[in-house]
Write a new protein. Structure first.
Length: 323
């Protein structure tokens, strides 16, 4: 990961909130437990932030923590974790985009009206209804996968939702005029990438033929090996595109709309997506790069702000991430 001014500034802001949490009540007085030491965190490699909460529950909006833990356990989802940390527990890393995604979306995953409003804001489509997830657990599915071995050829040992295969941070299924849409949401926070070439025989074997027959992805003039698709963040967005396209070919849905959440202040990542990935799309109108606070703007006004549950979520998100 690349170090950026935004990442440093956001790390400083989050640390300040932990250490002076009494007036903010965002980290629930985590300063009393404090941060784990570098050795205690078991992290074996250098990360942009070394600040890891001793109590990982304080990394979440308190009202969702137990339900999130149960959800990941029930669906056998691997947590994002730092090298050396257990994979069966959420990270205490205060800069985790996975935690940020859950803090934003998990509390509204059964609120159809709220989800419809978010999607209208991001896609411009007034969906008739939001469909139950394919794992039959709410209206938003997290760390989404679907027959990745068959559809993408991803057969790595240990592959599961959230690890060693293409996983979408959040997936919503919606319906408009009796047509089913897949809405994959890729959630980013402070990430920035060095642009390393990820080309290898396995990746080319898996994805090149799918890119060549993709309706959304353009084939690079220089060919797929060593192309923009073999560098992050394009590599991840490319694989998600291929997954939903394959699902549509299988008749599981009719259309898709791809949402990429990136804070406006993360200029390095936004520029990379806007300058490198979007020009490679045949239909950029079904791809949206949007700031999380802008994405959630419909929930900050009436009638949602009068809903106590939504209001609590918005107040937390504003203090923790948006201000």
């Amino acid at each position: 990961m690349k170090e950026t001014k935004y990442k440093k500034a956001e790390e400083f802001r989050q640390i300040q909130m932990v250490e002076s949490d009494t007036p903010n009540h965002v980290f629930y007085h985590a300063q009393n437990g404090g941060f784990a030491s570098w050795k205690e965190s078991n992290c074996l490699h250098r990360l942009p932030s070394r600040k890891v909460l001793k109590d990982n529950s304080k990394n979440f909006l308190s009202s969702i923590y137990c339900d999130v833990i149960n959800y990941f356990k029930q669906h056998k989802i691997a947590w994002w974790h730092m090298e050396g940390d257990p994979s069966d527990a959420p990270t205490g890393h205060i800069m985790s985009s996975q935690i940020q995604c859950l803090n934003h979306l998990f509390g509204i995953r059964n609120n159809e009206r709220a989800i419809q409003s978010l999607l209208l804001n991001a896609t411009g489509i007034a969906f008739d209804c939001i469909l139950t997830t394919l794992d039959n657990d709410g209206l938003i599915e997290f760390e989404f996968t679907y027959n990745n071995k068959e559809l993408l050829g991803e057969d790595d040992a240990g592959a599961q939702r959230g690890a060693f295969c293409t996983s979408v941070d959040a997936m919503i299924r919606a319906q408009k005029d009796k047509k089913v849409y897949l809405i994959p949401i890729e959630w980013k926070y402070t990430e920035a990438y060095e642009g390393y070439d990820l080309t290898c025989d396995t990746r080319i074997k898996r994805y090149q033929h799918l890119i060549e027959k993709s309706e959304q992805l353009k084939v690079p003039k220089e060919g797929v090996p060593h192309s923009i698709y073999m560098k992050e963040p394009q590599y991840e967005l490319m694989r998600q595109t291929l997954l939903v396209e394959q699902m549509i070919r299988k008749g599981i849905a009719d259309y898709f709309f791809h949402i990429n959440i990136i804070p406006n202040k993360n200029e390095d990542l936004r520029q990379s997506v806007e300058q490198n990935f979007i020009p490679m799309l045949n239909n950029p109108d079904i791809f949206c790069c949007i700031d999380p606070s802008v994405f959630f703007k419909p929930l900050t006004i009436a009638p949602f702000i009068n809903d106590q549950q939504v209001r609590i979520i918005i107040e937390y998100l504003r203090k923790r991430y948006w201000e």
